[in-house]
Write a protein that binds this ligand. Structure first.
Ligand SMILES: NC(=O)c1ccc[n+]([C@@H]2O[C@H](COP(=O)([O-])OP(=O)(O)OC[C@H]3O[C@@H](n4cnc5c(N)ncnc54)[C@H](O)[C@@H]3O)[C@@H](O)[C@H]2O)c1
Length: 255
């Protein structure tokens, strides 16, 4: 049976690594047409290659574009580039994000605050605002990335938590605002996922990895593909009555 995402135009942010890349590969496999974006140009080139494509002007092929989601003008330009190529956008995956570095608030800097809020929260706002006028076909949707830190507080991650709590609040408001236009907005909330900037992975110690592996009932870390399947489901027709949902994907954390 053909996938309901076949031929759909999907804009992904943060698709040069980790969860964004894994989701691009999944959506490519389902026949979607992808606008693969990230601040990291080498990363998006590699993702494009992993999706078996190269930048061409064909409207049936994926494209990759460098994009800093924290800059509203850059986002506007990127969205216009995508729309001038494909005519519209069907789905958006707001995945670009900065993972936390655990530290007491007194050790955080204004730059660190601005960076996390600028990418994780303002980036989601920028991309959503710029894409709404172009989400013109029925059945469109947004999937935004929060985290288990979107409702679980932990000492040392106040700023990251604030952004991920914020993504949930923002998304639920947008679900109400865009629902009447036929657009759905849902959230994925990953647990410990094996990506290069996950704090424990970045630490590089067996102890840190072991803690994350044993911290959930399934006894392993998640993979980008574990998230990608849920994102594809949320975008697809099977999830047509899901709006404003927050889907935990964490293997069931032990408390
Ligand atoms: N890995 C985890 O355990 C985990 C858990 C919960 C939530 N998340 C969230 O998942 C999302 C993806 O993270 P990941 O773990 O795959 O990390 P990652 O570092 O592998 O990927 C994040 C991507 O975002 C890009 N990015 C950073 N700043 C950007 C900007 N200003 N504009 C555009 N792109 C930018 C990076 O270049 C990178 O390619 C993030 O929002 C993160 O907070 C991750």
């Amino acid at each position: 049976m053909p996938s309901s995402l076949s031929g759909r135009v999907i804009l992904l942010t943060g698709a040069g690594s980790g969860i964004g890349r894994g989701t691009a590969i999944k959506l490519h496999g389902l026949g979607a047409i992808l606008a693969i974006t990230d601040i990291n140009e080498a990363g998006i080139a590699e993702t494009l290659e992993l999706c078996g494509s190269s930048n061409t002007n064909s409207t049936s092929h994926h494209t990759s574009l460098a994009l800093d989601v924290s800059k509203a003008a850059d986002v506007e330009k990127c969205v216009m580039d995508v729309v001038s190529r494909y005519g519209h956008i069907d789905h958006v995956f707001n995945c670009a994000g900065i993972n936390p570095t655990s530290m007491p608030l007194t050790e955080t800097s204004e730059d660190y605050f601005d960076k996390l809020v600028g990418v994780n929260l303002k980036g989601t706002y920028n991309v959503t605002k710029a894409t709404i006028p172009h989400m013109t076909t029925p059945g469109g949707s947004y999937v935004n990335v929060s985290s288990i830190s979107g409702w679980n507080p932990s000492a040392g991650t106040a700023i990251y938590c604030a952004t991920k709590f914020g993504v949930i609040g923002f998304s639920k408001c947008m679900a109400l605002e865009l629902g009447p236009k036929g657009l759905r907005v849902n959230v994925v909330a990953p647990g410990y996922i094996d990506t290069p900037t996950n704090a424990g992975i970045a630490k590089g110690t067996a102890e840190a990895r072991g803690r994350m592996e044993q911290g959930n009932a399934l006894g392993r870390m998640g993979t980008p593909d574990d998230i990608a399947g849920v994102v594809a489901f949320l975008m697809g027709d099977e999830a047509r009555y899901m709006n404003g949902s927050v889907v935990e994907i964490d293997g069931m954390l032990k408390t």
